[in-house]
Design a protein around this ligand. Structure first.
Ligand SMILES: *Cc1c(COP(=O)(O)O)cnc(C)c1O
Length: 395
């Protein structure tokens, strides 16, 4: 078989074929290289590899062939020069901080980001003299007003979780570049199938691969993507400090990539149907899904995304008690904080994912006691609707 040339092929083909160099065993599925280190034919080869004169694997904290297959495959899907994988999404975000920031720098972060991202910035990053400020995701003017000479990073999660607000990535990247800052986008909710932030001007894309990329709730993983130079710097940090992805988890994730497009299409279709059904239910006060034409971010989402993904949130008529009834009356929907799984999951953000926020902070990001978040899975949509109707019809 001749060499596989990425440039010739479409996304669907890349998702299945990129990154695997078949070994002399002729395996069809990608092998898992569960090895911590690699051996050399002789001392001279070892010396050449350690000095960097010769390419090759040394130690799995640095590089590993299964991890490299995952990195090449997701880079091809994203249209990025290079990807660097990490052990979790949080490790990926931390790697961006450690690689590109130093004491005295300032970070602007969208307000409604993942809870651990807020905690990481507020509790740990700030300890090292890096100032972090949170801004309204959709208000470009507020970002501009908050920029300082020391601002080195704009960090955005779009669409936001759980309410689906969408940032103008092009406008924020222009703003970042006018001030010599980097724009990093947490694209976990959309994946490269539905949104490509680099093509909108972002410098870095970051994923919790734990979510839709694995897509079957099995393993943790993360990845950062960007141009060759930025990724080279980030890889040096990862290989030195060790938040490296395990080869086994890399294998699980690269198998996830093979079906990512099919799954994202189906998650989006099911979510759209659920959102439209919820809108008509008399016990539902408000539905938040960017695929709905009356969502405030609908136009922006249509402009920069190729789909709306699988996260639907809604407010029931009532408070915590009514929301908990809807959750507790489900028969198969999983009560869990995770999202992006083939199985539908249900969460009460005010008492779980956003439970640590103060009442004022909750109000600021729109997390009410009546709010429920669904990560719409791949079960039959009528069954999902039926499972939610059990509680909704009672309250
Ligand atoms: C889950 C999640 C993270 C953190 O990823 P882990 O793999 O759990 O470390 C970061 N950002 C978003 C948007 C997430 O949903």
């Amino acid at each position: 078989m001749s060499q596989f040339d990425d440039k010739q092929y479409q996304l669907e083909t890349l998702a299945l074929r990129t990154g695997h160099t078949r070994s002399f065993e002729g395996e069809h599925a990608e092998p898992i290289f569960l090895t911590s280190s690699f051996v050399y034919a002789n001392a001279a080869e070892a010396a050449a590899k350690f000095s960097g004169q010769e390419d090759g694997n040394i130690y799995s904290r640095f590089t590993n062939p299964t991890v490299a297959t995952f990195e090449k495959r997701i880079a091809a899907l994203e249209g990025a020069d290079r990807a660097v994988a990490t052990g979790s999404g949080m490790a990926a975000i931390m790697s961006i901080v450690m690689t590109f920031l130093k004491a005295g720098d300032h970070v602007l972060c969208s307000r409604s980001v993942f809870g651990s991202t807020v905690a990481l910035f507020e509790k740990y990053v700030s300890k090292f003299g890096i100032d972090v400020e949170f801004v309204d995701l959709t208000d470009v003017g507020a970002w501009e007003a908050a920029i300082r000479p020391e601002t080195k990073l704009l960090f955005v999660e779009s669409p936001s979780n759980p309410l689906g607000d969408v940032a103008d990535i092009r406008a924020l990247s222009d703003l970042a570049h006018r001030h010599a800052a980097l724009l990093a986008v947490d694209n976990t909710i959309c994946t490269p199938i539905l949104q490509k932030p680099l093509s909108l001007g972002a410098d870095l894309v970051v994923y919790s691969a734990t979510k839709f990329i694995d897509g079957q709730g099995r393993t943790l993983g993360g990845v950062v993507l960007g141009n060759q130079q930025l990724m080279e710097e980030l890889h040096v940090y990862v290989r030195t400090s060790g938040p490296s992805l395990s080869p086994f988890n890399a294998w699980v994730l690269l198998k996830g990539l093979e079906t990512l497009k099919l799954r994202m299409r189906e998650h989006s279709a099911n979510a759209q149907k659920l959102a439209e059904w919820l809108q008509k239910h008399p016990k539902v006060k408000q539905v938040y899904y960017p695929g709905l034409t009356d969502h405030p971010s609908h136009a922006m989402a249509v402009q920069q995304q190729q789909g709306f993904s699988g996260i639907v949130s809604f407010e029931v008529v009532g408070e915590r008690e009514q929301a908990w009834t809807v959750i507790d009356k489900t028969q198969f929907i999983s009560i869990t904080g995770n999202l992006g799984d083939a199985k539908t999951t249900i969460t009460h953000p005010a008492t779980t994912t956003h439970g640590k926020l103060s009442p004022e902070a909750k109000e600021k990001v729109g997390i009410s006691e009546g709010l429920i978040r669904i990560s719409v899975g791949l079960e039959d949509i009528d069954d999902i609707i039926c499972d939610l109707a059990r509680g909704l019809d009672l309250i």
